[in-house]
Design a protein. Structure first.
Lengths: 270, 282
């Protein structure tokens, strides 16, 4: 696999800083975040809770502005929602008053364009939701809802797919199934994917690169390349290399806390 | 309906009490009318026959005079014999109700949709809305008659004033239920403010809007009849006062029966609309 740094970044994050004005004063969520994501690369962003992962992703989607710095897509700065970027939300975020077909049509209604039926049929087939078009979200399980949300996001053929903890609410079996599905979709039609997750296992399974953010204010703490070949079978995921990498990333995220606790126990012992 | 064969609902809080919808909620749409099995239908009819028949027998057995309480059979008979006389009055009542409700609910909906877009304005306007909702608009009818005479006008104004605020306060509750994730979804596809309103806010508010329309229509009916009783020589309310002054109790109760049927029709209409367009929530 080619190094993503060799070619110009598909998605560039340059000195991204975001300050939220809150009642209790300014909150610095992102502080000079730098990241370059290559074309068709899958990058996971992990980090402690509240480290600004979602802030970073929403900035990439153009849903909110950065306080300073900029995000670029193919070198062009992003100032608002971009047709080439699709977002998959936490909890599927389907519209409950629309059936599955109408939910998938929603982006096209907004844009006033004609949906590519053949492509949508292909996606529905891939995620196993054929024949569910007339069902309402409340009639679908959590995994099915999230699959429908993925079809909705991919229906516009975006070149960048941003996923904001999409499988956080699912049980672990469904979650692994969804991870394999994302890999299948990517192998079938590669896109650039930025994936936010709390699960290091999920990040390692899916990604070409795992980016660890620091606690708030968020900036890039470290990056790990994940060199394993795809599709990543259970055998590959059970190897020592995967285990070691997963642990190294976990240590990196909780490392500060572990050291602090160790010194506290040392103090107590003394 | 029993829960055993229902599709399990995913990621939904238990029914009842969890939703923050104020004043009323959609339980009126989800339960209430509607017999499903044959057994239920038979039981409902049997109870009705026993109750009405029992009243009939009791009134006859105790020889209750007609001016105190007419028998059900006398009321039904009066309904048929007097209907040609009552029909034009029913027409007047319906006309006033429909006009007043149309004006009131339209203004109420527009106000709710605009005011909820500006939380600051909403805070200032809220106490006045509350006064409008809680004041019986019937109290204004004598004044309205003084200003507009004994025709349709004062009654239509009273109906609009009674139903408008009811529609508005419920619709506003609906429009306030913003789900920022769903708005973000629409925005991520480049939706305009107007598109967000029509495609996200309005459908989300629809169940509460329907509740508001139903309550508004029933308040409108009450106000129509009340206003007709206060003044003017036509309408079902006027029939009530004139029949009772002439101690024509079977005719009086025939009009009451028509009014209850009207009320039930209003309820059923909105129930069915809600079932069709807002069942995703109920």
């Amino acid at each position: 696999m080619k190094s993503p740094r060799a070619e110009p970044a598909k998605l560039g994050i340059h000195a991204a800083t975001k300050v939220y004005q809150t009642a209790s004063g300014d909150l610095l969520a992102l502080d000079g975040c730098e990241l370059a994501i290559g074309k068709n690369e899958i990058v996971s962003i992990v980090g402690p809770s509240g480290c600004g992962k979602t802030t970073l992703l929403w900035s990439m989607s153009g849903l909110h502005r950065l306080t300073s710095g900029q995000i670029t897509l193919d070198g062009e700065p992003i100032t608002g929602p971009h047709p080439d970027i699709s977002l998959v939300f936490q909890d599927a975020n389907l519209l409950p008053w629309r059936n599955l077909d109408a939910n998938i049509n929603f982006p096209f209604e907004i844009k006033g364009t004609r949906p590519d039926r053949a492509w949508i049929e292909h996606l529905l087939h891939q995620v196993g939701l054929e024949g569910f078009g007339g069902k309402y979200p409340r009639e679908l399980s959590g995994g099915m809802q999230q699959r429908a949300a993925m079809v909705r996001a991919l229906s516009l053929k975006p070149s960048v797919l941003l996923m904001d903890e999409p499988f956080g609410a699912l049980d672990s079996f469904t979650r692994e199934e969804m991870n394999r599905l994302v890999e299948d979709i990517w192998l079938d039609s590669p896109t650039t994917i930025v994936f936010i997750t709390h699960s290091v296992e999920e990040a390692v399974f899916l990604s070409d690169r795992v980016v660890v953010l620091t606690p708030r204010p968020g900036k890039v703490a470290s990056e790990y390349r994940v060199p394993f070949e795809r599709p990543r079978t259970l055998e590959i995921m059970a190897t020592r290399e995967v285990f070691d990498l997963t642990n190294a990333i976990k240590m990196d995220i909780v490392g500060g806390r572990v050291r602090k606790e160790r010194s506290r126990t040392a103090e107590a012992a003394a | 309906m029993s829960d055993a064969d229902a599709i399990p609902e995913f990621r939904k809080a238990g029914s009842g009490g969890s939703d923050k919808v104020s004043l009323t909620n959609l339980s009126a749409f989800s339960s209430g009318i509607g017999a499903t099995t044959r057994r239920e239908v038979i039981a409902i009819i049997a109870v009705a026959v026993i109750v009405i028949g029992g009243i009939e027998i009791a009134l006859r057995a105790f020889a209750v005079p007609e001016y105190i309480m007419p028998t059900p059979s006398a009321i039904i008979a009066a309904l048929f014999t007097e209907f040609p006389l009552i029909a034009p009055h029913l027409g007047h009542t319906l006309f006033q109700l429909v006009c007043g409700f149309a004006i009131g609910s339209t203004v109420g909906l527009i106000l709710a949709a605009t005011i909820t877009q500006f939380p600051f304005v909403e805070k200032i306007v809220a106490p006045y809305i509350l006064i409008l909702v809680t004041t019986p608009m019937l109290a204004l009818v004598p004044l309205l008659i003084l200003n507009f005479g004994f025709g349709y006008t004062p009654r239509i104004i009273a109906v609009a004033l009674a139903s408008g605020p009811m529609v508005m306060i419920n619709a506003a509750t609906g429009f306030r239920r913003v789900d920022s994730a769903k708005i973000a979804l629409a925005r991520s596809y480049g939706a305009s403010t107007l598109q967000i309103f029509w495609k996200v806010r309005a459908p989300m508010a629809l169940p509460m809007i329907l509740v508001g329309l139903m309550i508004g229509a029933i308040f409108g009916l009450l106000t129509t009849v009340g206003a007709e009783m206060v003044g003017g020589g036509f309408g079902l309310g006027n029939r009530l006062t004139s029949y009772s002054s002439m101690i024509q109790m079977p005719q009086f109760f025939a009009v009451v029966l028509i009014l209850s049927i009207l009320g039930i029709l209003i309820y059923v209409t909105f129930f069915l609309i809600g079932k069709k367009w807002a069942s995703w929530e109920a």
